[in-house]
Design a protein around this ligand. Structure first.
Ligand SMILES: C[S@@+](CC[C@H](N)C(=O)[O-])C[C@H]1O[C@@H](n2cnc3c(N)ncnc32)[C@H](O)[C@@H]1O
Length: 266
């Protein structure tokens, strides 16, 4: 039966519950949400059906991840739309925060870059993803990672406590993007940076598309215009804000952007 719920009729918490449901299915490999990404449209984290389905592992490899030696459970629930660690210039000893860390792939890649003197913290609101990421870390024997259950609109972290914020295809899913950027800015130390990949729009979506639950949970319906995204970041205080690259394009004028911003040194 068709899901008749409309995003515009839902409260933010109801939208988050739909997102949590969709990503519990991604964690549990229940494909009924139609979440297989497509390489040609490699910008959809939980995309709708398309001409050429590929596995999530194919997608990660196409985005430049080295998956050799990674247990399959690390990549099988990958739902990113870029490879933000590749552009984040992480250094030994840095503390990294991953917003919406999913099954942990970006955290594990980041953990090897920051080394044993650094640390990677992942925040996610889907218990099935947090549990899967914890198991993956155990299997990989990675110890400099920490998983926190929480909402990226209200981060469970202290002020000025991290050097770098990364995120992969998550902020588009947040009903209040301004709160997410405000929180990212709050937890960054002065001079800290943010490098995320996310879906943004080159033109507005129709109201019908914005209202579809499956399109929202598939990382397109909640996406905002690229200029608006950058403006939200500037409004909370980020400087040097820019789109640093593109990782793929999708339907309805949506594309996957690498977005950079820096918290000024005070
Ligand atoms: C598209 S998946 C991306 C997961 C991971 N970054 C990756 O690249 O595989 C989105 C993830 O963000 C989480 N998420 C979505 N909205 C969130 C929110 N408001 N707070 C915390 N986590 C959220 C979901 O639970 C899911 O694990």
């Amino acid at each position: 039966m068709t899901d008749m719920k409309k995003i515009s009729d839902m409260k933010p918490d109801e939208i988050k519950e739909e997102v949590r449901k969709a990503y519990t299915q991604v964690a549990d490999l229940d494909v009924s949400c139609g979440c297989e990404p497509d390489i040609k449209r490699s910008s959809s984290c939980c995309g709708e059906s398309s001409s050429r389905k590929v596995t999530r592992i194919d997608l990660a490899q196409a985005l430049g991840y080295d998956t050799h030696g990674m247990p399959i459970s690390t990549t099988e629930s990958f739902a990113g739309c870029g490879n933000p660690v590749a552009l984040a210039s992480l250094k030994e000893g840095e503390i990294v925060l991953d917003l919406g860390s999913g099954a942990g792939l970006d955290m594990f890649v980041a953990s090897s870059k920051v080394g044993t003197t650094g640390r990677v913290i992942g925040v996610d609101m889907t218990p099935a993803m947090i549990n899967k990421a914890k198991k993956n870390a155990e299997e990989l024997g990675i110890e400099n990672v920490e998983f926190r259950y929480g909402d990226i609109e209200d981060l469970p972290l202290d002020d000025s406590s991290v050097d770098v914020v990364i995120s992969n295809c998550v902020i588009n899913l947040a009903p209040d993007k301004s709160k997410v950027f405000h929180e990212a800015f709050r937890v960054l130390r002065a001079g800290g940076r943010m490098m995320v990949s996310d879906i943004v729009l080159s033109r507005p979506l129709s109201k019908e598309i914005q209202d579809e639950v499956v399109t929202y949970t598939g990382c397109i319906g909640g996406a905002i215009l690229d200029d608006e995204y950058l403006q939200h970041m500037k409004d909370v205080g980020f400087v040097d804000v820019k789109i640093a690259g593109k990782a793929g394009s999708s339907m309805y004028g949506a594309y996957s952007a690498y977005v950079y911003g820096r918290k000024p040194d005070f």
